[in-house]
Design a protein around this ligand. Structure first.
Ligand SMILES: [Zn+2]
Length: 300
């Protein structure tokens, strides 16, 4: 199986519209390493912590608890591009996963199939194309650069023309509709700077991600300044059922220099002018459940 076909057909755990970015993040990590080192091998006990950290950063944070990195590491074998070797027999769980203790004990080591290693060796660009597919499929655009920088893939190379035009095409009416609904100001802080008549630094954010079926509609959008958009997509800002802004305890503000962020905590957003455009509860709740990094901040 070649790499890009395998990525297109990746078998992702599905339950309703829940996120499952485990395999995509493991693959992004491994692809970046493979580009740097054609002989890359991934010993489970060495990469476990790194993948766990990626999941903490770009999925959810579970204080004091590890993510199940063993699942993507083991199950990726079923996608035709990954193999796992070990010094002993790895026992499988009833659901087809692997016991994490066995993966550690028998030094389970993952690597890309020979075909994929050769493909990337011949043309490293193919790894970047694969990364681009994974990002488009699983993460909002505002997080792409952060993810790529974290795993160490070159963002500039990956922002190929095709990628930009695809994105602009999809977003053009959504952006206009949402900015209009919110009177061309940030729903959190009211930011509404213009260059002549053109709004600058103001963006239309999806509440429920496009990647998980969130529609390009006003009731799934928020007009946000670039900073608040980033906070929303990163999961450190969410909305309550009463349209109040909730911040996550995972934001750190040691010098108290960011009071302009914290001051919005528990305040109602600036609502759209037309009540038909109010954010839909389903989308708000999806975002809180799948993206928000609990627990909620308690101000003292
Ligand atoms: Zn703002």
């Amino acid at each position: 199986m070649n790499l890009l076909d395998a990525i297109d057909n990746l078998n992702i755990w599905k339950q309703g519209d829940k996120r499952a970015p485990h395999k995509p993040l493991l693959l992004l990590y491994a692809l970046a390493e493979q580009v740097r080192n054609p002989d890359a091998r991934f010993e489970f006990f060495r990469i476990e912590e790194n993948i766990d950290q990626l999941l903490n950063d770009f999925y959810k944070s579970f204080p004091g608890r590890r993510h199940h990195v063993n699942d993507p590491f083991w199950r990726l074998r079923g996608d035709g591009i990954w193999k796992v070797e070990s010094d002993g027999i790895i026992r499988e769980t009833s659901s087809g996963g692997a016991y994490v203790s066995d993966l550690r004990k028998y030094n389970a080591t993952g690597s890309f199939s020979k075909g994929v290693v050769q493909e990337i060796r011949n043309n490293p660009e193919v790894a970047l194309q694969a990364a681009r597919k994974l990002l488009n499929e699983h993460f909002p655009e505002s997080l792409h650069q952060d993810i790529l920088e974290t795993v160490g893939l070159d963002y500039k190379t990956i922002s190929a023309k095709e990628y930009i035009s695809k994105k602009t095409k999809r977003d053009s009416t959504f952006r206009q509709k949402v900015l209009h609904a919110y009177g061309y100001s940030c729903a959190v802080c009211g930011f509404n700077l213009r260059m002549k008549t053109l709004p600058v630094g103001l963006e239309a954010a999806h509440i429920k991600w496009h990647q998980h079926g969130g529609p390009d509609a006003e009731n799934n959008g928020l007009a946000l300044c670039a900073t608040h958009h980033k906070l929303l997509d990163s999961g450190v800002l969410a909305l309550s059922d009463n349209y109040q802004i909730i911040l996550s305890e995972w934001i750190f503000d040691p010098d108290r220099k960011n009071s302009f962020i914290r001051e919005h905590h528990n305040r109602e957003i600036r609502l759209p002018r037309n009540s038909n455009h109010l954010p839909k509860m389903d989308y708000i709740r999806w975002h809180r459940k799948e993206v928000f990094k609990e627990p909620e901040l308690v101000l003292i």
